[in-house]
Write a protein that binds this ligand. Structure first.
Ligand SMILES: Cc1ncc(COP(=O)(O)O)c(C=O)c1O
Length: 403
């Protein structure tokens, strides 16, 4: 008898647990997989700049690596990096942040997951302002939470949050609000006037806020250093976790570097979940992050001006196409728009790849509220490429209208 190869009927299917099997795959990837490798394709589907990390940031990592900084470091990050983050936040928000409240984490994405691991139990009720980049919502679901959505609306040609609707959804017993401002994909940005009532309501009911601040520096208004932030008004003990990242404002998407600001009482438990997830961040990356935060303001100013300019050019060109709707927005790096008569984002995005050589993200990748919409990332200084993309879209619309 052959004991090494049991009959396949005796082997249980090698599957993940049901909650994981139920997770959705990325629809942006689905479109990108259909078009990647096509030489003539103009792709604007992913949320990153076409420029690599500024040289002065790269050099900090190179020096660190060359000098042999290749060892484990502290769970919460090196003290000099946490200090640099605290000072950066103090400059930005005009108030003190105790270093004890700060942790360096292996990307914004990881910061979102750590927050869910720290706070969520099966059955917890989570409310999210949507449409939104799906990761934190799926993470909450991985932990067994139920997510309810409060959709943004287009009012007076602008993405708007109905604050009363959000407060009503934040019922007593709600465990956590997920708020991303400036928002990916719409660019909606929380109004400064909404911060105090939102904070007061969450305080009253003991609701945690997961504030996804990765686009906070990318606001189009040059008079604002960053988007209105809960961190500006909140007390150190408030139930607020801010998750941030070096990815967007310092063009460090591939580095996987971010940080969290938490109430001090959470620090010891955060340290534990970091230990059990990734232990610590590679030191050359911490060196690069410290340099980005201490010496990167000129770069950020330049990036912001470039994004405001590319957004303005893109939106103006898109609005010149009959049947295109592009609401106004305060920040991030996307135009979220729709074409009259097109109601299925995924089909449309795939057709644009195939028939127009144009790669955009389907709006329903960000939830059902995004169905019928498309997201265009304009983080490029190559305006000719951007406008050639618009030309392709226009030709597609004309062919569709005449066909
Ligand atoms: C809204 C939002 N939050 C968080 C992230 C995570 O950024 P990273 O993991 O690169 O730090 C992204 C990335 O696209 C994002 O769009």
């Amino acid at each position: 008898m052959d004991f090494t190869t049991p009959p396949s009927s005796l082997i249980a299917p090698a599957l993940a647990r049901p909650g994981i099997q139920d997770l959705g795959g990325s629809l942006i990837r689905e479109v990108a997989n259909a078009g990647m490798g096509r030489a003539d394709l103009l792709a604007f589907w992913f949320g990153e700049s076409d420029q690599s990390t500024p040289q002065f940031i790269r050099e900090a990592a190179i020096e660190s690596l060359a000098s042999g900084e290749t060892f484990y470091s502290q769970n919460l990050g090196r003290p000099w990096l946490r200090q640099a983050i605290a000072q950066y936040l103090q400059r930005l928000h005009g108030r003190d942040f105790d270093v004890e409240r700060i942790a360096a984490v292996a990307s914004g994405d990881v910061g979102l997951m750590l927050t869910c691991q720290l706070l969520l139990s099966p059955g917890d009720r989570v409310v999210a302002v949507t449409p939104v980049w799906p990761n934190p919502l799926e993470m909450a679901r991985i932990l067994g939470a139920q997510v309810e959505r409060v959709p943004l609306q287009v009012r007076g040609g602008r993405w708007t949050l109905d604050l009363d609707q959000l407060l009503q959804a934040l019922t007593p017993g709600t465990r956590m609000l997920i708020l991303n401002s400036p928002n990916n994909p719409t660019g909606w940005t929380l109004e400064a006037a909404a911060v105090a009532p939102l904070l007061a309501h969450c305080r009253r009911h003991g609701i945690w806020v997961l504030s996804d601040d990765v686009y906070e520096r990318l606001v189009y208004d040059p008079a604002q250093a960053s988007a209105p932030s809960l961190l500006r008004l909140a007390e150190a003990e408030d139930r607020i976790i801010s998750v941030n990242s070096c990815s967007k404002a310092w063009l460090m998407t591939g580095w996987r570097m971010g940080w969290m600001v938490v109430p001090q009482a959470l620090q010891a438990d955060l340290s534990k979940v970091i230990e059990y997830n990734f232990s610590c961040i590679f030191e050359p990356i911490q060196r690069a992050a410290a340099v980005a935060l201490t010496q990167g303001e000129a770069h950020v100013a330049q990036l912001r001006a470039g994004l405001a300019d590319s957004r303005q050019r893109l939106v103006q060109a898109l609005r010149a196409i009959p049947g295109v709707q592009v609401p106004d927005a305060g920040g991030a790096m996307y135009a979220f728009f729709r074409l009259e008569g097109q109601s299925d984002s995924l089909t449309l995005a795939k057709r644009l790849v195939r028939e127009a050589g144009l790669g955009l993200a389907p709006g329903n990748a960000f939830g059902p509220e995004g169905q019928g919409w498309l997201r265009w990332c304009h983080a490029t200084a190559d305006h000719a490429r951007l406008l050639e993309g618009v030309r392709r879209l226009e030709a597609f619309v004309q062919t569709a209208a005449s066909g």
